[in-house]
Design a protein around this ligand. Structure first.
Ligand code: GDP
Length: 327
């Protein structure tokens, strides 16, 4: 099958074709990479018409329960929902925080939904690149809400915030005023805070937590001209509060579209992505240049033995590399 055929099938909304397309972009084989690039070229004009939501939160906060409920709510509203995951743990531990258990079983049965776990055994940078590409394929397939989920332990939140339009942070009730160890840097990325589990015995604690966070937010610097991050409560388990979350998403989209930030942000993201690809590509070529291997090893030894400064060694290496290209 040619990439054009696969592209046509993806565009018609065929979920199996979409899954095949994503497998192609996840592959590291050189011929697959080239095929994936051709596929993306064909589909790019059809991509972009979705709202891209990043969702994060500590393990156990209820991310999969929330996406299960929120996704079904959105489908009832006539949307098509794709869920992609970035799981930094799969590289570190070989296991996975997000992927091991059966998650979002109801949502995954719906034909208006598409759920894809994180590619295994990849670096965060690798996962991020492939998730970006998968996101474009989902959009070309007609999914108009794309959710990128990550677990709140590490650098992955920044990666997700950098590829989405809006970043939602899930929190649990309780935890008092230490703000549950959620790092300030992560909170600063959030466009909306959601206190989940606002039900039963936890309802009162959820109320307190929401007001603690609302207070903390007031002390933070605004990221957007016309958008002030706020706190909403929900119960993913009972499917309550999904409408409020969606209202906020729409209000955010409206506000940032009005100021032009929505489009500017996407353009900036595309530009950054380009430069990331350029720098990854250069590094890969440099590390795999056959005649440079010895030189690389020598310079490394010199630097570790403090016989050359890293800056001077890097300069020498780059000049050998580029001289090699000229010849
Ligand atoms: P994740 O690790 O963030 O994906 O969290 P899960 O979605 O797996 O949920 C962790 C636990 O919290 C499960 O036992 C859920 O049943 C429970 N949970 C999730 N959402 C809610 C909620 O809204 N209310 C209550 N009471 N429990 C919830």
């Amino acid at each position: 099958m040619t990439e054009q055929d696969l592209a046509d099938q993806i565009r018609s909304g065929d979920r199996r074709a979409l899954a095949r397309g994503i497998t192609l972009v996840e592959s590291r084989r050189e011929d697959h990479r080239l095929a994936a690039e051709r596929l993306l070229d064909v589909l790019l004009p059809k991509a972009g018409r979705s709202i891209r939501l990043g969702i994060s939160g500590p393990p156990g906060v209820g991310k999969s329960t929330f996406i299960e409920a929120f996704g079904q709510y959105l489908i009832e509203q006539g949307h098509k929902v794709a869920v992609l995951a970035i799981d930094p743990s799969s590289k570190i531990s070989g296991g996975s925080i997000l992927g091991d258990k059966t998650r979002m079983t109801e949502l995954s049965r719906r034909k208006e939904a598409f759920i894809r776990p994180s590619p295994a055994g990849e670096t965060l940078g690798g996962v991020a690149r492939r998730t970006r590409e998968a996101m474009l394929l989902c959009e070309a397939a007609g999914f108009d809400v794309v959710i990128v989920e990550t677990v709140g332990v590490g650098q992955s939140e920044t990666a997700v915030a950098e590829m989405t339009d809006m970043f939602l942070l899930l929190l649990s009730p309780g935890g008092g005023d230490d703000l549950q160890g959620v790092k300030r840097g992560v909170m600063e990325l959030a466009d909306l805070l959601i206190v989940n589990k606002a039900d039963g015995d936890l309802a009162a604690a959820a109320e307190r937590t929401a007001s603690d966070y609302a207070h903390a937010l007031r002390l933070m610097h605004a990221l957007h001209q016309d958008w002030q991050p706020s706190v909403v409560k929900c119960s993913a388990l009972k499917g309550q509060g999904m409408d409020q979350v969606w209202d906020k998403v729409q209000a955010f989209r409206k506000a940032t579209t009005r100021t032009g930030e929505f489009d500017t942000r996407r353009r900036d993201q595309a530009r950054n992505w380009l430069w990331q690809e350029v720098s990854d590509g250069l590094l890969e070529r440099l590390k795999s240049a056959p005649d440079l291997a010895d030189r690389l090893a020598q310079l490394e030894t010199k630097v570790t033995q403090r016989k050359a400064s890293p800056a001077a060694a890097a300069r020498a290496l780059l000049s050998s590399f580029f001289k090699g290209l000229d010849e």
